[in-house]
Every structure is written in structure tokens, then in C-alpha cells.
Design a protein around this ligand. Structure first.
Ligand code: UTP
Length: 292
């Protein structure tokens, strides 16, 4: 019997250098994708996967994230008084149940591995999810739910992957597979930014993971890797010597909101699939493309 995945770690303490100056005073993950901040979609995805506790790893200058997930009585009272029930419901949708969210400060951005390690006491001895919130995924069922279902099936560690664009695999963390049969395959290794022509597959690590708590032992020695950072990939590679890892080629599309063009693509895609505003969004996009 595999243990249920109840908790997710959301590291948001990076500097967001690829999207400066937009992310200078607004945390990158509160930037907008059409009508809501990126984190609103991520929290919805986590809940859809049955996550009961979200652990944000935050940095300095990111208190706006905690404020976003707190009630704002003045605003809510005003909306109520003006009878704006729809907007009020939308504003309240993202609010946590009491105790559903924790915020941990990563006092220096020492790398993704270090950020995840900061959650060790809150995770304890159970499998957990990691979600990189700048990777926004349009998928049905949502990407993390697909990963949790894979974990329920095979246990161990699950890494969500997807095919890299033609000729671009060397830009990403790439997985090596024992064999390729269907979407869920046993892994034999992973390599960060392989030299062109040496990629073990075309599948890159795309930002959702289910990991076993043993990963914290591997992160504990704080070994520095590429870029002088404490890398999650290095710790996972070492854990792979002891525990099974599967790569899940999920069904869906990923948007890297950490760079301006990726964020623009996400804005267009989510506008075009918005339940009530997609028609207006499409007309606006067509007008702009036609130079009107
Ligand atoms: P990225 O490298 O994509 O984010 O890290 P970044 O560092 O913010 O962006 P650039 O490269 O400078 O533009 C992946 C995720 O890990 C978090 C980031 O916030 C992002 O969500 N992270 C990274 C941390 O929380 N702490 C770190 O020390 C490093």
C-alpha cells in the first residue's frame, strides 16, 4: 500500500532574473495570467490532486503572497455591500482552509534543492509533491493529479516529464529511461543540460514531482552543484541508487511563466480557454494580429 500524497512544497523564493523588472517588486508567481495570478492556478491544481497542506518556500520581499492568501475584510465587505456576489466568490475561492497553508523563509536563494530541504520538518515521514509554480500546466486531469495517480500505481518517486522542442533538449534537465513503453517508464538516470547530441532522451523534467522523504537525507549535506547551487536534480540522482524513480510523460501543455514570452503564451492560452471571456479574448487577439 503506497502512502497518500497529502502535502506539496511550492518553492517561490528564486530571484526571477529572467523576468526582471516585472518580478522586482511583485513576486514572480503573483504575476498575472489573464484574470488571476499564476499561484491561483497552481493552488487549484494542488487541490484537484487531493493535496491537503501547501508549504510555500518564500524569500524576502514576498509577503504579498501571504497577503494574497489571507482574507481582506474591507474588500470583501465592500463587494458584499455592492451585491457583487460573483466577484466575491472568485476572490474567496483561493483562500485556504484554516491551517491549509504554511510559509517557510528560505533566507538565501541557495538553489531549488535547498528550498525543498527547508520543508523537511513540515513534511515529516511521508511522500510529498513538489510543484514549481512558474511552470503552469494546462491539463485534464490536472498535471499533479496525473502524477499522484502514477504514484498510487507504482509508488516510489515520480518525475513529470514532457518532450522538449526539437533540437532543444540540451537546455533542460533530461531523463534516461530503462525502456519506453507508454507514458510511465522506469528511469535509470537524469542529466542537467546535456551536451547537444548526448541527450539520453528528449524528455525534460517539467516541474511536478512526487518524492519520498528519504530525499531530505540526500539534501542534508548541502552539496553544491551546477551554478554553485544546491540542486534537487543531484539529490534525486543519488536517491535513484536506492529507490525506484518513474518518469511520467503527462498529457497536457506546459507554459514556462519565468520568461516574458512564456508568460505571454500562458496569457493567450488561458484567455482563449476562459469559461466566460474566451470569445472576447479571441476577438481582441484577432484584431491585434490583423493590425486593427
Ligand atoms: P528557477 O531557476 O526557474 O527560478 O527555479 P528563479 O531562480 O526564480 O528564476 P531565474 O532563473 O532567476 O529567472 C525554479 C523554482 O525554484 C524556486 C524558484 O522560485 C522557482 O519557482 N527557487 C529556486 C527557490 O525557491 N529557491 C532557490 O534558491 C532557487
Amino acid at each position: 500500500m503506497t502512502k497518500k500524497v497529502r502535502k506539496a512544497v511550492l518553492p517561490v523564493a528564486g530571484l526571477g532574473t529572467r523576468i526582471l523588472p516585472a518580478a522586482k517588486a511583485t513576486p514572480k508567481n503573483l504575476l498575472n495570467v489573464f484574470d488571476r495570478p499564476i499561484l491561483s492556478y497552481i493552488v487549484e491544481e494542488a487541490r484537484a490532486a487531493g493535496i491537503e497542506h501547501l508549504i510555500f518556500i518564500v524569500g524576502r520581499g514576498q509577503t504579498a503572497i501571504e497577503d494574497y492568501f489571507d482574507s481582506n475584510p474591507e474588500l470583501e465587505d465592500q463587494l458584499e455591500a455592492k451585491g457583487k456576489a460573483d466577484i466575491l466568490a472568485d476572490v474567496r475561492k483561493d483562500l485556504p482552509r484554516p491551517g491549509e497553508m504554511s510559509f517557510v523563509r528560505q533566507m538565501a536563494p541557495l538553489g531549488l534543492g535547498h528550498a525543498v530541504w527547508c520543508a523537511r520538518d513540515l513534511i515529516g515521514d511521508e511522500p510529498f509533491a513538489v510543484m514549481l509554480p512558474d511552470m503552469l500546466m494546462a491539463a485534464d486531469p490536472p498535471a499533479l493529479a496525473q502524477a499522484v495517480a502514477a504514484h498510487d500505481k507504482v509508488g516510489g518517486n515520480i518525475i513529470v516529464v514532457e518532450p522538449a522542442p526539437e533540437g532543444e533538449a540540451h537546455k533542460y534537465g533530461i531523463v534516461a529511461l530503462e525502456g519506453r513503453d507508454g507514458r510511465l517508464n522506469r528511469m535509470t538516470g537524469m542529466v542537467e543540460k546535456p551536451a547537444p547530441g548526448t541527450e539520453p532522451s528528449n524528455l525534460f523534467i517539467s516541474g511536478r514531482y512526487v518524492l519520498q522523504p528519504k530525499i531530505f537525507d540526500k539534501l542534508a549535506d548541502q552539496q553544491r552543484g551546477a551554478g554553485g547551487e544546491i540542486q534537487l536534480t543531484d539529490a534525486m540522482a543519488r536517491l535513484m541508487a536506492e529507490q525506484p524513480f518513474h518518469a511520467l510523460e503527462y498529457e497536457g501543455t506546459t507554459f514556462d511563466c519565468g520568461d516574458p514570452v512564456g508568460l505571454l503564451r500562458a496569457n493567450i492560452a488561458f484567455a482563449l480557454r476562459h469559461p466566460s471571456l474566451s470569445g472576447a479574448a479571441r476577438r481582441a487577439a484577432e484584431e491585434l494580429l490583423q493590425g486593427r
